[in-house]
Design a protein around this ligand. Structure first.
Ligand code: PLP
Length: 415
């Protein structure tokens, strides 16, 4: 079980809503920092541990700077994500550039920043050499194919477009060495939102075994292996969060059994976690403005799937609480819906909730939990929807706006 909490009282939240228009995202700086510290502490048993925060999960410089302060780097996959890392003060090898079907301009930018480029395909060795040039350090993204079963969000590795095959990985390292590359890393990412520790340990084991084979066949001692992202969060109250210490201990056991005898005791561990870093510490706050009773009871809110698409896209569960009614009986069953002209624009379907008051000014504030990663970031402008702003509950208890709500002028700027 995971208790769903929110850092502000109803009074404090109403005060924030009086200053900033609803809907908005709000993130808890202290909680993000504490979480980052717990991860670092658990993984300090490995040499050179660093998490490159997946920028796509929460692409806001204010959040990236908090994570940079905590010693995290950035994982970027596009030109603008590289710019976001740069403007947040994350530099050089703090940046992992894990892209695919990459245009040369993006490789040039990654080279300019001194980022660690993670090649997605064998043909990119030559492409990179001819365009931006080969750096001294390179990483290869490995796709284990039939060796590993994927999960629901990311799919089966055999059908995944990413990475090198096993044979290509071995050939790729040999070729890079021949071409004068001096430092090497190995990456994979096979899961998304996976809560089972054993699954992540198994991924580590596959990478460690491949690292040992690379050493044996090419003489290359990898500088680090990168386990990618994909650690899940307990979206449902009945879910259990991943225990970092247990995960690190499981990986350490595999590391000691495989890497140490292979002469790779100094190889570091990197991760590219996004969701588990900020997901539980960001909330979408929206006001209940309309009610509608037809074949079902609906509560219409001022946010829409343009602000948070996960429920519509994946049927994802996001817990909802009502400010000030945390302990009220769940006496009603509602669909909580947004205003987009799509019937999938529902934050909750047939959900038991307290009785909700609706009004544009005084209606209840609904708190949609676990929206701190892949939330605002996946927003869109269909139906002319203007994406909402973002607030940060700062370490000192103050609230600052870290992104304003979009205006019609933003939407029309590209005409
Ligand atoms: C999306 C992504 C991540 C982050 O995944 P989370 O599920 O947010 O941890 C990391 N690395 C790569 C290459 C990704 O595509």
């Amino acid at each position: 079980m995971t208790k769903k909490t929110f850092p502000l009282s109803k009074k404090e939240l109403e005060a924030a809503a009086a200053r900033f228009p609803t809907p908005f995202y709000i993130y808890d700086e202290n909680a993000i920092r504490e979480n980052a510290r717990r991860i670092k502490a658990a993984f300090s048993i490995f040499p050179g541990y660093i998490n490159h925060f997946a920028v796509k999960a929460a692409p806001n410089p204010a959040i990236l700077r908090v994570l940079r302060d905590e010693g995290f780097g950035a994982d970027c996959s596009s030109f603008t994500e590289l710019l976001l890392a740069e403007m947040s003060g994350i530099k050089g090898e703090g940046i992992m550039f894990t892209s695919n079907e990459t245009p040369s301009a993006e490789y040039h930018k990654a080279r300019e920043l001194g980022a660690i480029i993670n090649l997605d395909d064998f043909t990119h060795i030559e492409f990179l050499e001819k365009t931006a040039g080969l750096p001294k350090i390179l990483s290869i993204r490995y796709n284990p194919g039939p060796l590993k079963l994927g999960n629901a969000i990311i799919g089966n590795p055999v059908e995944a477009k990413y990475g090198f095959t096993r044979e290509q990985t071995l050939e790729g390292f040999a070729l890079l060495k021949k071409k004068g590359v001096k430092r090497f890393a190995l990456h994979t990412m096979v899961a998304s939102n996976e809560l089972k520790t054993a699954y992540h340990v198994e991924t580590g084991r596959i990478l460690f075994e491949l690292a040992a084979e690379i050493k044996q066949k090419t003489g290359i001692s990898l500088e680090f292996v990168n386990l990618g992202g994909g650690v899940g969060i307990p979206y449902k109250p009945e879910d259990e969060a991943v225990n970092y210490e247990e995960l690190a201990a499981g990986l350490k056991e595999a590391f000691d059994a495989i890497m140490v005898p292979a002469g790779l005791a100094c190889t570091g561990i990197h991760t590219e976690w996004g969701r588990v870093i900020t997901g539980p510490y960001g909330w979408l706050v929206t006001r209940a403005i309309h009610r509608k009773n037809i074949y079902r009871k609906y509560i219409g809110v001022d946010a829409s799937m343009a602000d948070l698409i996960r429920p519509a896209m994946y049927g994802a569960y996001h817990h909802i609480t009502v400010a000030g009614k945390e302990d009220a009986p769940l006496s009603e069953v509602y669909d909580v819906v947004g205003s987009l002209c799509e019937n999938c624009d529902k934050f909750a379907v047939q959900r038991s909730l307290p009785a909700i008051e609706t009004d544009e000014i005084s209606g209840d504030l609904l708190i949609i939990h676990d929206a701190g990663a892949h939330g605002r970031a996946m927003g869109f402008n269909y139906n002319g929807k203007l994406r909402c702003g973002e607030l940060l509950l700062c370490a000192d208890g103050s609230i600052t706006q870290i992104r304003r709500k979009e205006t019609p002028a933003d939407l029309f700027a590209t005409f």
